[in-house]
Design a protein around this ligand. Structure first.
Ligand SMILES: Cc1ncc(COP(=O)(O)O)c(C=O)c1O
Length: 354
């Protein structure tokens, strides 16, 4: 059985839409795409009157090299959000298939599953003295699912997953579904990515994004890394021109070696400053627990979480209330900012009384 057999039969039968740019490159006189021949005012060489490359080859090469995978294993998407959505649409039959999530986790896994009409099975994380961990026994009893979403480091708890745990789950579930490991925050952690492992494990999918460590959330660029057969299936359903030309140009600049090195220094600075934020939270009488985690945020439980979010907002500081997530009553997620922004938060906290 091949991994493509797990996809919806109508997707397997689909021929991809052949856009003008996919059928012929953009050299010569272009009379094949109903574009306007004149660029807009202030175009500055981008050629915005032309449709972009469906999968920009140069960016794809840069990113594949950066992640250590072959080009055929990578699909460029409009952020990881689109990668999640494509997986749901290609693999999950509405009203028939199941999707497993392990809350507290990123909300888009469940939302996309519901939109697709999947049966959503939640296997909550377990709180342990060190943080939150997968309930492996419950997962082994959860039954088959077309998609199992895992996240390392996890949003919002910050815990990382051991590579062997993820690979073992993928091995156990091969033949029945994909195991998706979302590595949106992996650059902040010391853990290695599982991207290179997709070559040996056909039902493993790795999600990476340029929104976090690369500081390009506004560009909406992500990479879905998987077996070539999975990539081929997803290319059948991705819109013909998902990636805007200015976003691609910005990403190419961000991946230049000297820019990558400068970003690395910023990440080190950010993670270094985390200590101050964690220490300020731990010192506060109304903070009950702090989970520093492995990402660019900290999770904390307050005596009254919604009050912390409300009072911080009144002081002009936006925090994210996590109280509605299972097991996270009164919890608040604090994203690390610049050292000045972190200082502003710490000063607010020192004055904060419930
Ligand atoms: C775990 C996780 N995955 C994916 C995303 C979305 O990433 P993108 O901006 O690439 O769509 C987020 C955004 O917060 C996230 O926390």
């Amino acid at each position: 059985m091949s991994v493509a057999d797990l996809a919806r039969p109508e997707i397997r039968a689909l021929a991809p839409y052949a856009s003008a740019r996919a059928l012929a490159d953009s050299a010569g006189i272009l009379l094949n795409a109903n574009e306007n021949p004149w660029p807009p005012e202030g175009d500055s060489g981008l050629g915005l009157n032309r449709y972009p490359e469906p999968q920009p080859a140069a960016l794809k090469r840069q990113l594949a090299a950066h992640y250590g995978v072959a080009d055929e294993h990578l699909l460029l998407t409009r952020g990881s959000d689109e990668g999640i959505d494509l997986l749901e649409r290609a693999f999950v039959r509405p009203g028939q298939d199941r999707v497993i999530t392990c809350p507290p986790c990123f909300g888009m896994y469940a939302l996309s599953a519901r939109v697709q009409g999947a049966e959503l099975v939640e296997v909550p994380l377990r709180e342990s003295p060190d943080g939150f961990e997968l309930n492996l026994q419950a997962l082994s009893q959860a039954g088959p699912a077309k998609l199992l979403f895992l996240c390392s480091p996890n949003n919002p708890t910050g815990d990382g997953l051991a590579a062997e745990t993820v690979l073992d789950l993928a091995r156990r579930r091969s033949g029945e579904g994909l195991v998706v490991i979302d590595e949106a925050y992996i650059e902040f952690s010391d853990r290695p990515s599982l991207a290179e492992r997709v070559a040996q494990q056909p039902n493993l999918v790795v999600l990476r994004t340029l929104s976090k460590a690369f500081g390009l959330a506004g560009c909406r660029l992500g990479a879905l890394i998987a077996h070539a057969e999975v990539i081929d299936l997803l290319r059948r359903i991705i819109p013909p021109y998902p990636l805007p030309t200015p976003a691609v140009a910005a990403a190419e600049r961000a991946l230049a070696p000297e820019t990558v090195a400068a970003r690395r220094e910023q990440i080190d600075l950010l993670m270094d400053d985390k200590r101050r934020v964690v220490a300020a939270l731990e010192a506060h009488a109304s903070i009950r627990k702090v989970w520093p985690g492995e990402a660019n945020f900290v999770l904390a439980r307050a005596a009254d979480g919604p009050a912390l979010v409300r009072d911080a907002a009144a002081a002009g500081i936006r925090l994210r209330d996590q109280s509605a997530q299972p097991g996270l009553s009164d919890c608040v997620r604090i994203t690390l900012g610049t050292p000045e922004e972190n200082t502003a938060f710490i000063e607010f906290l020192q004055d904060w009384k419930t």
